[in-house]
Design a protein around this ligand. Structure first.
Ligand code: GTP
Length: 331
């Protein structure tokens, strides 16, 4: 597919803290594989090989990761000192030659069919074609109303639930003619959702939405990050199968890095354990995420908690429903 992709990965990822204190949201492990690897491999499966990642916060680790492992793609990076917003980031990452680009929010996992989306975009001669998914509560996203042909009638960013005009949301994967980018000033914070889409619609620009029933999840919140891991572990609808890595346990619902050292007398369930974690004798870890280098000593009880990188829990302690910042010692 002859189209370039721009992935927005420069946000601060505050809702996913403490998991994103030291690791960019794009690299949080999903099935023990950095999240964005799944997205890039999906793009590759459509023949999309030119990808620019628009990054900012924690960009160094992102660049280092893909310098070592470029998945046989042409990956380039742009960097924002402070976030430029979705519009500013895309203009910054646009090579000024390409006419049609695929834009993806870097925290969406979906098996939306990109080839069908592009075909629909071309057939409709659209300026922007959004992929749309249906949510019961669409109030945290851009809500779109479309007519019978898919033409967008209204776009409302994060409406109150009772004011949402439909259940269709902007899935964060859209195709855009770069003529639209003339409306965006370079190096200035611009939000497509707040500053550009409403004006385009008011001017009667051809903007379309392409409905999909595909699997879709936004990993921006801890419960959704966990949900994606467990959905994939349990083989929930997804047309591309991520590569298995590390240790899985479907019976106990665990996803454990193969570099973690877990005492055989410990009990772990419903948990995601990142690289180089140590869990001591008789410790119990339930419904929790332990980031890189976390150390849980013997006889600890960790329940429904998120432990940031290098957190150290001393012997016999309980951590229940806590979010603990990186580097803390819990004693
Ligand atoms: P929160 O702080 O938890 O809201 O997360 P976030 O900063 O990632 O914001 P949000 O979830 O709204 O962003 C959706 C996607 O767009 C993520 O992949 C972000 O990295 C990306 N993004 C958001 N704002 C910017 C920006 O200003 N520049 C770039 N390059 N990417 C952005």
């Amino acid at each position: 597919m002859n189209i370039k992709a721009i992935i927005l990965a420069g946000g601060k990822a505050t809702r996913l803290l403490p998991l994103t204190e030291k690791t960019p949201k794009s690299l949080v492990p999903v099935l023990n594989t950095p999240f964005l690897d799944h997205v890039l491999l999906a793009l590759k499966s459509y023949g999309i090989e030119d990808v620019t990642i628009a990054c900012g916060h924690l960009s160094t680790s992102l660049q280092e990761h893909y310098a070592e492992n470029n998945l046989d793609l042409n990956i380039s990076f742009t960097y924002e000192e402070s976030p430029l917003g979705t519009g500013g980031a895309v203009v910054n990452a646009w090579d000024k030659q390409t006419q049609t680009i695929l834009v993806l929010n870097g925290d969406i996992f979906s098996d939306i069919n990109i080839a069908d989306l592009l075909a629909f975009h071309q057939k409709s001669q659209s300026q922007i074609t959004f992929s749309l998914v249906t949510l019961e509560d669409p109030s945290h996203y851009g809500v779109l109303e479309i007519d019978i042909n898919g033409r967008v009638l209204s776009f409302t960013e994060k409406p109150k639930l009772e004011e949402a005009k439909s259940n269709l949301i902007n899935a964060g994967i859209y195709i855009m003619e770069t003529s639209v980018l003339q409306m965006v000033t370079a190096d200035k914070f611009t939000s497509f959702e707040q500053d550009i889409f409403p004006i385009l619609l008011a001017n009667g620009a051809p903007i379309f939405g392409f409905k999909s029933n595909a699997y879709w999840i936004d990993i921006g919140k801890p419960q959704d990050y966990k949900q994606l891991n467990f959905d994939l572990l349990n083989g929930k609808v997804c047309t591309f199968a991520p590569r298995p890595r590390g240790i899985y346990n479907t019976e106990k619902q665990n996803i454990i890095s193969d570099t973690a050292i877990i005492a055989s007398t410990s009990q772990i369930k419903n948990s995601i354990i990142w690289k180089d974690v140590k869990v001591g004798n008789r410790a119990i870890v339930d419904d929790s995420v332990l980031c890189k280098h976390v150390q849980i000593s013997a006889d600890c009880y960790i329940k429904s908690s998120l432990l940031g990188q290098e957190v150290y829990v001393k012997e016999g302690h309980q951590v229940i429903e806590e979010k603990i910042d990186a580097g803390n010692v819990f004693s």
